[in-house]
Design a protein around this ligand. Structure first.
Ligand code: SF4
Ligand code: SF4
Length: 410
């Protein structure tokens, strides 16, 4: 034991005792805490070059990215999504997952599927883990949007390997836009034949995507493809797919720039954490909204802080109307009666018709078709801002790298 001066002893033992007390009260409050839904962005580095996301141009510095010590401070969660950038760029991802399994009931990793060996390796150790591989269309479209040579083949091969290994929670993720909407139902059918999940999204703008010019141009065409997918999902015998149909109905509503179908409660029982340990309500805001930093604070301090409450007040007034699975899924669980009524109504229609759903159930689709609202007015309702400054949520040090051009490649 190092030598401590007599006068200092009282001070040190006081600090130890209060540290122990804090530790104990934290442990007690961990037991009492309600489980949350968390998304952990483990890195902003990415090997892809997607047309709808500039994150690859604004990577985080590896030495600034959160480590195991920060992961250990997270609260109990009923669901954790691990994402990036490309999360498998981190060679210590396995250690992160191992630590997260001590805190979370279910973990899903979102990836572009390129690092097959690393994905298979993690799946061997954690066969219960969920893997979602983003595939942005059939081969040519995917490779064009994703900017990865052989991206489709790599992603598809990875998925096949995981299925062959007997993994249950495996699936595709697709960001639907003008360029790939016509591939939507084809891709769903491929995933269905392989017994996989099929997750959809559409274009969003935010600091997270380092983008504010994303917009759907031909809304009726994209909505029609969503309508076809919704009808396929409603035809199935899987209640999970019927609720996915409701989520896709929400995407039609979103691309027409309408208010969300359900309230957004991000930051109340759901959070995102960025590679620097900054805890945020979501990834949909224009600039990064910070509730506190988990590298510098305990979870309880952060979650109950003044800054966190101020962010919650801003969330209550937020008018960005995102409809991404990270914010829509918790809302669908919380306000379950609304999607349930929708599902019952459409399943009953499915008994009488092959087309139980029509995009024209959304009044805005009729208004646009009948000329009561123009394309320009709908564009105004979106978050696309061609002349606004694009935010990236990077730390000063990571941004220095961009200026000096040290690390544009991974
Ligand atoms: S969408 Fe994902 S894979 Fe594509 S550049 Fe952005 S972070 Fe990378
Ligand atoms: S609508 Fe919700 S998820 Fe979207 S930016 Fe606002 S607070 Fe975030």
């Amino acid at each position: 034991m190092p030598f401590i001066k007599r006068g200092r002893w009282k001070e040190v033992s006081g600090q130890v005792n209060s540290g122990l007390a804090r530790n104990m009260s934290e442990k007690i409050s961990v037991k009492k805490r309600k489980k949350l839904n968390g998304t952990i962005i483990v890195t902003y580095r990415c090997n892809a070059r997607c047309s709808m996301c500039n994150r690859y141009k604004a990577p985080s510095r590896p030495e600034e990215e959160i480590g195991i010590e920060t992961i250990k401070k997270l609260p109990p969660m009923y669901f954790t999504n691990i994402t990036g950038g490309e999360p498998f760029i981190r060679t210590d991802l396995k250690d992160i997952v191992r630590e997260l399994y001590k805190l979370s009931d279910r973990i899903v990793i979102s990836t572009n599927g390129f690092f097959t060996d690393r994905i298979v390796d993690i799946a061997k150790e954690f066969p219960q883990i969920g893997i979602r591989i983003s595939i942005e269309g059939l081969e040519e479209t995917n490779n064009e949007i994703r900017g990865l040579e052989n991206g489709f083949q790599r992603g598809y091969e990875t998925l096949k390997k995981l299925v062959e290994m007997g993994m249950k929670d495996v699936g595709f993720g697709m960001t639907v836009q003008d360029r790939n909407a016509s591939d939507l139902v084809h891709l769903y059918k491929i995933s269905d034949d392989m017994g996989m999940e099929f997750a959809t999204a559409s274009l969003h703008n935010s600091f997270y995507f380092v983008e504010n010019r994303n917009i759907i141009h031909n809304r009726p065409m994209v909505a029609k493809n969503f309508e076809d997918l919704i009808n396929e999902l409603l035809k199935s015998n899987s209640p999970k797919k019927w609720f996915r149909a409701y989520f896709n109905h929400g995407l039609i509503n979103y691309i027409y720039g309408q208010n969300r179908l359900l309230p957004c409660d991000m930051s109340f029982d759901t959070f995102f954490m960025d590679p620097y340990g900054d805890v945020m309500p979501c990834n949909g805001t224009k600039d990064k909204e910070v509730m506190g930093n988990l590298q510098k604070m305990s979870w309880d301090e952060l979650w109950n802080s003044e800054a966190a409450n101020e962010v919650r007040m801003r969330v209550r007034k937020c008018n960005r109307n995102c409809w991404m699975i990270g914010s829509a899924s918790p809302a669908m669980h919380k306000y379950i009666w609304k999607p349930t009524i929708w599902v019952i109504k459409h399943k009953m229609k499915a008994l009488l018709s092959k087309q139980p759903y029509s995009m024209y159930e959304n009044r805005i689709c009729c208004d646009y078709r009948d000329g009561r609202i123009s394309k320009e007015e709908l564009d105004e309702c979106s978050t696309c801002e061609k002349n606004a400054m694009i935010r990236d949520g990077l730390s000063e040090r990571s941004r220095e790298d961009l200026v000096t051009g040290i690390r544009m490649e991974n």
